[in-house]
Design a binder for this molecule. Structure first.
Ligand SMILES: [Zn+2]
Length: 302
């Protein structure tokens, strides 16, 4: 049995004021939760190195990258991003993009790999938005294709929010297929056009969601043959999520994740997973929700 690569970094957490809707410690909380689980014995932990300004220019404007590096965002830009700038936020933003890239590289070696962060899909070319500083999904995809590691990548974004930044950044990349299943009435209220968008009404429950998912996976592969899938397993589709309007249970999310992982395993297409969004005042509960994708991968591969 191959070990499954889990990518994380001790500097991923984001310092935030109390009562912020984003959980400051969610990355270390998830790591702690995963270490308590039996299946963690099948995993190997890897740490990314920081991306450079030059690296990030593959998706972001240099001016914006330097604003993040140097802390020179305007008040308006800070409001749109949803985070105050700090040296720690800047540092982790340059780390996490390479975390997703490393996860993709590991998936290409071992068929599957999981990032304990990532899915910052609202980040656009020249600005951050909705708690997303840099667009790791676009970054990793474009890097792998530019370096001739793969030809075609499918990004499946099942976070409750639409992957608007990813869609916009990659709209002219014919080798990267972007698919987003999201709730129509959740942020962003002005959506961008992915290659395939599936909009859901509020209050959708497990079986309705899984039906849509089955059809959507087939649609993604109808005219596209990916060498790699990047899967955003956002858990803000959960019934108790603070922001999402859908009504999936934890079992429903496990079924969703196992469906995605087994679907591509059966077709011998490697999958790199990222955790995406999830919002709760209960840190342990949130960590447990984010751990579902790791459990799903273990159940399908071991
Ligand atoms: Zn989200």
């Amino acid at each position: 049995m191959e070990k499954i690569s889990w990518v994380t970094h001790p500097q991923y957490d984001i310092p935030l004021p109390e009562n912020h809707r984003f959980t400051s410690s969610k990355f270390s909380d998830l790591y702690k939760e995963l270490k308590t689980r039996d299946f963690s014995k099948n995993a190997v932990i890897l740490k990314p190195k920081k991306a450079s300004v030059e690296d990030l220019e593959i998706v972001h404007d240099k001016e914006y990258i330097l604003k993040i590096k140097n802390g020179t965002l305007s008040e308006k830009e800070i409001r749109r991003l949803g985070f105050k700038w700090s040296k720690i936020l800047s540092n982790r933003s340059f780390l996490a993009v390479n975390g997703t890239l490393l996860t993709c590289e590991e998936a290409l070696k071992n068929n599957v790999a999981c990032h304990m962060a990532g899915g910052t899909h609202h980040a656009h070319k020249s600005y951050g938005a909705g708690y997303c500083v840099m667009n790791d999904l676009s970054y990793a995809s474009k890097k792998l294709i530019k370096n001739n590691i793969v030809n075609n990548i499918l990004i499946i974004d099942l976070d409750v929010h639409q992957g608007d930044g990813t869609a916009e950044i990659l709209k002219n990349d014919k080798n990267i297929f972007t698919c987003s299943i999201h709730c129509k009435n959740n942020f962003p209220f002005r959506k961008c056009k992915s290659d395939l968008d599936i909009e859901l009404d509020d209050n959708i429950i497990d079986y309705e969601y899984l039906e849509v998912l089955n059809k959507t996976l087939d649609l993604c592969l109808k005219n596209f043959n990916p060498d790699l899938v990047i899967y955003d397993a956002g858990v803000d589709v959960h019934e108790n999520d603070k922001l999402g309007n859908l009504k999936l249970t934890s079992n429903g999310i496990l079924a969703r994740d196992k469906k995605v992982i087994s679907y591509f395993k059966n077709k011998s297409i490697p999958v790199a997973t990222v955790i995406g969004g999830g919002y709760s005042d209960n840190n342990l509960e949130l960590a447990k929700r984010h751990s579902i994708i790791f459990q799903a991968v273990d159940e399908i591969y071991n």
